[in-house]
Write a protein that binds this ligand. Structure first.
Ligand code: LIP
Length: 265
């Protein structure tokens, strides 16, 4: 079933990404703000999610959907589609070509603490890069198999992270990064969780961590990273959640997790 779900997920992600890119070319404006003045949504976010929902409903009408803009839509099949129509919304708003449509298909409750991810697709239409995975089927960039980078000592690790939309949390996250910078090779903050996690899978980063991610930010990327040999977990716990998301080669994640705890992450 995972392969069939992946075929549909990747087709939907590509079609949705092409719509997002078309709207970007036409010009993008803020339609509303959400949790803070800097947590924005554009008309394209909403339109792209409507397209994704229509394609899912047309192909699999009994599946549930959890989307960033439209919330939860119930189903009876036990399968839930977890969708971020445009991950990296601020990059998208500013015309930075680093954003993605993220489509995950999970079994069980749409909760990263308990779900079983079956398939995932992360598509950046600005670059044409399509990251995919199915459970037990491996992870791919287009048709190239992905494997996490070989482990390195922490002081040689390239580590990505991101920051919340809440200013108090950003202050705390900034203090952690200040402590981390002298202890690793370098830091990257590219603004799109799904692509950061896919970059771990592709060996372009040694690790990625972030607090306050939503399920749709990491649902697809986490499966892609796991299928590429990464460990994906929370801080001190086995499953990632809004509390904490950490991914990387097992031999990098261990020391990094210890340092992040030391820094008060
Ligand atoms: C974004 C994440 C990113 C995080 C941003 C934001 P959005 O998701 O992909 O990693 O640092 O603050 O949450 O809001 O663009 O879908």
């Amino acid at each position: 079933m995972s392969r069939e779900l992946l075929t549909l997920a990747r087709a939907i992600a590509v079609e949705a990404g092409e719509l997002a890119a078309a709207r970007r070319r036409e010009g993008v404006e803020v339609a509303a703000t959400k949790s803070s003045i800097v947590d924005v949504v554009t008309a394209a976010d909403r339109e792209v999610e409507e397209l994704v929902r229509a394609r899912i409903a047309g192909a699999r009408p009994n599946d549930a959907i959890l989307g960033e803009e439209g919330g939860s839509t119930g189903g009876s099949s036990g399968i839930t589609w977890v969708v971020d129509p445009i991950d990296g919304t601020v990059n998208y708003l500013y015309g930075i070509p680093h954003y993605a449509v993220s489509v995950a298909v999970v079994e069980g409750d749409p909760d990263p603490l308990s779900w079983t991810a079956l398939a995932g697709a992360v598509f950046n239409p600005a670059t044409g890069e399509l990251f995919t995975a199915s459970r037990g089927g491996g992870a791919f960039l287009v048709d190239r198999p992905l494997r996490v980078a070989d482990p390195v000592p922490l002081e040689q690790a390239l580590v990505a992270t991101g920051f919340a939309y809440d200013s108090a949390m950003r202050a705390r996250q900034g203090a952690v990064v200040a402590g981390l910078v002298p202890r690793v090779r370098d830091i990257r903050r590219a603004g799109t969780a799904s692509l950061d996690i896919a970059s771990v899978a592709a060996g372009r980063l040694n690790a990625y961590y972030e607090r306050t991610l939503n399920p749709w930010d990491h649902g697809a990327g986490a499966l892609i990273a796991e299928e590429a040999g990464a460990v994906v977990k929370g801080l001190g716990v086995d499953r990632p959640s809004r509390e904490f998301f950490l991914a990387g080669h097992p031999d990098v994640v261990g020391p990094l997790e210890e340092l992040l705890v030391e820094l008060g992450a």
